[in-house]
Write a protein that binds this ligand. Structure first.
Ligand SMILES: *Cc1c(COP(=O)(O)O)cnc(C)c1O
Length: 455
């Protein structure tokens, strides 16, 4: 086969700035609110949690933000990441569509998360912070932050959702290899954790609970801050390096996407890939359909409500206007741990509410079926989260086979599944089931969402 399947950028071609979509949106996104007063939050409200530089990025109206050299140096360990044309998958599906995937599994932690972990740790280090706390679900974010902390000499303390702490011992070991300290959440370390464990010693935990615990620890020590791996504007900002690189790579082969699909947990890999393409779409340079893909077991965009809600279960964070299933929502322990979050990034929620992007939900057995086809054709074993994006790409490619359309499909393969083989084992043994979320369960969790007069 003479066609090039792996599109690489030279190191000097790596983008040197992140893209902030906010100034390009037709309407400004609703601001976060102070949890007590319900007034728009000011920088000071975030000061106990994040360093000033990240708060400034969170609220920035600048279209582009330069990536500091010290961050570019660490990015060079794995960036630019490759863009692949999935010729073999196309052949397997017998589709006239072209499928491209941007592969983020080449990072040290095996996912896109180090793209934001590295800048977050860098800015904290610059402001003299000694330790970061965080939560982790599947272990992807915790390991990324532990890796980044090792790069800049910070301590890292991680609350890992108990269900995944028990199911994924190797992710925990990986965090410890990079010097991280890991607790199962709920934990005995915080009063909140002890309270939950008293009610249920086998509590499976949730991302919302783990966030509460990590936040509680951070606010107690002036030299400790908290880091979040998704959802917030500055996280999506850092991830735009994915889309900026993909734009350059597609330009090398003279292609533009007709359809862009990405999996959405908190929205960061999706936003990172999609926002630079949405910028080009808003400018009239291309016209891709842009689609979020979520699990039917945690259908934040497709079944949640667009309301102000807390980011954590205890209700400590500023209120964010986002699609939410209610901060009390504890999703079933599906295999895509990274997609089990009750909320969605305010920026992704906003562009969805504006009709700039679409959303669909796909059950996990269809996702794993697609992942198996993908792995057998392309070789890479995907993490459970991007199997949702793959399944959506497969649906689109099969629709092209029906209609004869030669669409160009772009997606992010945002992580590999080498530490998630237990879920493949379940799937191959025929033991994986689809969990449909009952409307009553959503209604019950929505009772926890505060009433805000302005909404
Ligand atoms: C964390 C994670 C996700 C979900 O988070 P987003 O912010 O929605 O990207 C998806 N895929 C992988 C591999 C992850 O590690």
């Amino acid at each position: 086969m003479s066609q090039q399947t792996k599109i690489l950028l030279e190191e000097h071609e790596m983008p040197r700035r992140w893209y902030n979509i906010v100034p390009d949106l037709p309407e400004p996104p609703p601001p976060p609110l102070h949890p007590g007063t319900h007034q728009p939050a000011v920088a000071e409200d975030f000061a106990a949690l994040f360093p000033k530089a990240l708060i400034a990025q969170e609220m920035s109206q600048e279209r582009y933000i330069d990536i500091p050299d010290q961050i570019l140096e660490v990015y060079r360990l794995w960036r630019p990441s490759p863009l692949f044309r999935a010729h073999r998958l196309e052949k397997l599906l017998d589709t006239p569509a072209k499928i491209y995937y941007k592969y983020e599994g080449v990072s040290p932690a095996g996912s896109h998360k180090p793209n934001t972990a590295v800048p977050q740790v860098f800015y904290n280090a610059q402001e003299g912070i000694r330790k970061l706390t965080t939560e982790t679900g599947a272990g992807q974010w915790g390991s990324s932050l532990a890796f980044a902390c090792a790069q800049f000499g910070l301590e890292c303390e991680i609350w890992q959702v108990a269900a995944s702490y028990r199911a994924k011992p190797y992710r925990r070991t990986m965090m410890e290899v990079w010097g991280g300290k890991v607790h199962p959440s709920p934990s005995q370390v915080t009063a909140y954790g002890r309270e939950l464990l008293a009610q249920d010693p086998q509590h499976p935990g949730s991302l919302g609970i783990a966030i509460s615990e990590a936040v509680m620890e951070a606010v107690e020590d002036p030299q400790t801050r908290y880091a979040l791996g998704s959802v917030l504007n500055h996280v999506l900002l850092h991830q735009t390096i994915i889309g900026e690189e993909a734009l350059l790579q597609l330009a090398k082969v003279g292609d533009t996407p007709d359809v862009l699909v990405g999996c959405t947990g908190g929205g960061s890999n999706f936003g990172g890939l999609a926002f630079p393409f949405l910028r080009e779409k808003l400018k009239g340079n291309m016209d891709p359909v842009i689609r979020c893909v979520e699990p039917t077991a945690c259908p934040t965009l497709t079944k949640g409500q667009y309301r102000y809600d807390f980011g954590d279960t205890a209700g400590l964070t500023p209120l964010m206007k986002m699609h939410t299933l209610g901060h009390a929502f504890i999703p079933e322990p599906i295999h895509a741990g990274g997609l089990r979050y009750h909320g969605m990034a305010p920026l992704v929620s906003h562009i969805y509410a504006l009709g700039l992007v679409e959303a669909i939900a796909i059950p996990q057995t269809e996702c794993f079926a697609g992942a198996l086809q993908f792995a057998r054709a392309e070789g890479i074993v995907p993490a459970p989260e991007p199997t949702h994006a793959i399944a959506a790409a497969v649906r689109e490619a099969l629709a092209c086979k029906e209609s004869g359309e030669e669409k160009t499909i772009l997606t992010a393969l945002c992580g590999h599944g080498h530490l998630d083989l237990g879920s493949y084992e379940k799937y191959l043994a025929g033991e994986m089931v689809d969990l449909d979320l009952a409307d009553e369960q959503i209604e019950a969790a929505m009772q926890s969402v505060p009433e805000i007069s302005s909404t």
